[in-house]
Design a protein around this ligand. Structure first.
Ligand SMILES: CC(=O)N[C@H]1[C@@H](OP(=O)(O)OP(=O)(O)OC[C@H]2O[C@@H](n3ccc(=O)[nH]c3=O)[C@H](O)[C@@H]2O)O[C@H](CO)[C@@H](O)[C@@H]1O[C@H](C)C(=O)N[C@@H](C)C(=O)N[C@H](CCC(=O)O)C(=O)O
Ligand SMILES: Nc1ncnc2c1ncn2[C@@H]1O[C@H](COP(=O)(O)OP(=O)(O)OP(=O)(O)O)[C@@H](O)[C@H]1O
Ligand SMILES: N[C@H](CCC[C@H](N)C(=O)O)C(=O)O
Ligand SMILES: [Mg+2]
Length: 488
């Protein structure tokens, strides 16, 4: 695409150059630059992309987007916010793909992956080709691609949408993280439906305060199309049981549809009954009321299917189709995933890595445990430190014995993280075993008939990050091996 055609998408109050080079790609990393690339200088958390402008030009960059002047021989376009500019330019470069898709964005502290995965299955049952973007993977139809972030940087994101359009995807469901909203990664995305799951504590390393975290999530609803188009209306699907929804209702120009359990809502669940085999509830919608019997466990799972139901109903999927998928769904890898080697105790691997999600899992397990509960928990390094004491105390509260261990320590000292966790425990029913494998073996060897072991925090992850090393580690595999060892 020619530079001038590309810059036509940029409505920044800026001086545009008259040159018109052919732009072959948009890059934010100088190591990816090739002949004809447009290099975007981004001031990051570790280094400043402006410092790589010269190297980018040496590698063939045809023009530069920057927030301040850089001394290079190609045109430099100065913008106020280069990440936002990059997102808008990527949208233009890839021919505004989200305008050709029915795009559903899901934000909230917990439940994004679970909700998007249920939605994907519902749209597939509705015979629509789907795209999925989130924590576990990117999926186009049945093809899976690896991801680095839950919500990718804008160029990767728009390129992915472009590929979806080329492969005739009709509906895309994506997780939208608060980081992505705050950093402008989804700028330029034309969402049709925006879904809010819930807001509880996480990511205070990045956002510093809950007010700022709430504001960042709210951007999804604020950026939801403010022009009412009868051919393509926009919907905000909000959780009536979460207080933040009041603010998001005020901040959006879209049609608000609510779901909930405790408060009056458009899509509501009543008479919830739970066993260790599944959950039954009455699903009340503006169209009909039906009884749902699903395999998913826990009140939080009911919330996720309510959110998915509301989002699919406003996307014109029949209630019957939605219910039949919900009743069949087995769940998402690493979310309340049961490890079954015919042992006489239960092992559940779950991605709970926030105080609220851990508490939900603890409460759910308490409902069906016949005997002792062991909760194995760690907290990630280089992440919100204030959740450490809270999570440890929740684990001790909802278990017979909490086993504090390492999650992904990253650059931090694992023992220091464990000390910060232990400081929050107000009882004595816990042990600290820094090595995650040993922690799992300890619980497996101790468990008796009817006990439940919860291994929290890493869910689907198949690695453990210690220092700079990414080591193979899969909670489900380690649990399986430990059970087999014990059975020998
Ligand atoms: C805080 C944050 O979001 N960081 C993201 C950011 O990294 P950074 O600011 O450290 O980047 P940097 O290394 O300083 O580089 C600055 C710029 O210089 C460029 N550069 C750098 C080096 C070089 O030699 N040449 C060069 O051109 C880089 O490409 C970049 O454009 O830009 C990177 C490149 O896109 C991201 O991968 C990285 O996400 C990291 C991996 C991360 O962990 N992010 C987390 C916090 C995150 O975003 N999480 C949310 C989900 C959270 C949840 O809901 O649970 C997510 O959406 O994944
Ligand atoms: N609606 C919910 N409310 C509270 N907790 C939930 C909810 N749904 C799932 N959880 C818990 O949170 C964990 C993570 O769920 P999920 O992966 O769906 O969330 P996410 O929002 O995608 O998380 P991430 O921000 O890490 O991508 C689950 O393993 C479960 O313990
Ligand atoms: N998207 C979350 C995932 C946390 C998972 C947990 N295992 C950890 O590493 O802290 C984050 O990056 O904060
Ligand atoms: Mg997720």
């Amino acid at each position: 695409m020619e530079l001038q055609s590309l810059l036509a998408y940029l409505h920044d109050f800026t001086i545009k150059p008259t040159e018109n080079a052919e732009i072959t790609s948009i890059e934010m990393d100088h190591r990816q630059v090739k002949k004809g690339s447009l290099f975007v200088c981004v001031k990051g958390y570790t280094v400043d992309g402006h410092d790589f402008a010269t190297l980018a030009v040496e590698s063939g960059a045809a023009a530069i987007i920057a927030e301040r002047p850089v001394d290079v021989s190609v045109p430099v376009i100065i913008v106020k916010n280069s990440k936002r500019a990059m997102a808008v330019l990527a949208d233009g470069f890839y021919e505004q793909p989200t305008q050709k898709l029915h795009l559903i964005g899901v934000t909230g502290t917990n439940g994004k992956t679970s909700t998007t995965h249920v939605m994907e299955k519902i749209f597939q049952a509705n015979e629509q080709k789907t795209g999925l973007i989130g924590t576990i993977e990117i999926r186009i139809g049945d093809q899976s691609y690896e991801v680095k972030n839950t919500t990718p940087e804008s160029v990767t994101l728009q390129q992915t949408f472009h590929q979806m359009v080329q492969e005739n995807v009709e509906v895309a469901a994506m997780e939208v993280s608060s980081h992505a909203l705050d950093l402008g990664r989804v700028h330029g995305c034309d969402f049709d439906v925006a879904v809010f799951t819930n807001l509880t504590q996480d990511h205070l390393d990045y956002h510093k305060t809950m007010d700022d975290y709430r504001r960042a999530k709210g951007l999804l609803f604020a950026q939801l199309g403010n022009t009412y188009n009868h051919k393509k209306p926009k919907f905000a699907v909000l959780n009536a049981d979460d207080k933040a929804s009041e603010e998001y209702t005020r901040n959006t120009a879209a049609t608000v549809v609510t779901y909930g359990i405790d408060h009056e809502s458009d899509v509501r669940a009543k008479n919830i009954q739970m066993t260790n085999a599944g959950t039954t509830f009455e699903l009340i919608t503006p169209f009909d009321t039906v009884t749902v019997q699903m395999k998913l466990i826990g009140k939080f799972s009911v919330y996720n299917v309510l959110a998915a139901t509301a989002a699919c109903l406003v996307s014109n999927v029949a209630l019957q189709t939605i219910v039949s998928v919900i009743e069949q769904t087995e769940g998402v890898p690493g979310r309340f995933e049961v490890v079954d080697e015919n042992q006489d105790f239960s092992v559940v691997v779950d991605y709970a890595h926030t105080p609220d999600s851990l508490e939900n899992v603890g409460k759910t397990v308490q409902q069906f445990a016949q005997n002792n509960v062991y909760m194995i928990v760690g907290c990630g390094g280089d992440r919100d430190r204030t959740k450490r004491p809270l999570m440890a105390n929740i684990a001790a509260t909802y278990s017979t014995e909490a086993i504090l261990t390492s999650d992904n320590p990253r650059s931090e000292d694992p023992n220091e993280i464990l000390k910060e966790m232990a400081a929050g425990i107000t009882s004595t029913n816990y042990v600290t075993i820094s090595d995650r494998k040993e922690a799992i073996q300890y619980a497996v060897n101790k468990a008796e008939k009817g006990d439940v072991i919860v291994i929290a925090g890493k869910g689907h992850e198949t690695y453990q990050i210690i220092g700079d090393e990414v080591l193979d580690f899969d909670d489900r595999e380690v649990a399986r091996q430990s059970i087999k060892e014990r059975q020998k």
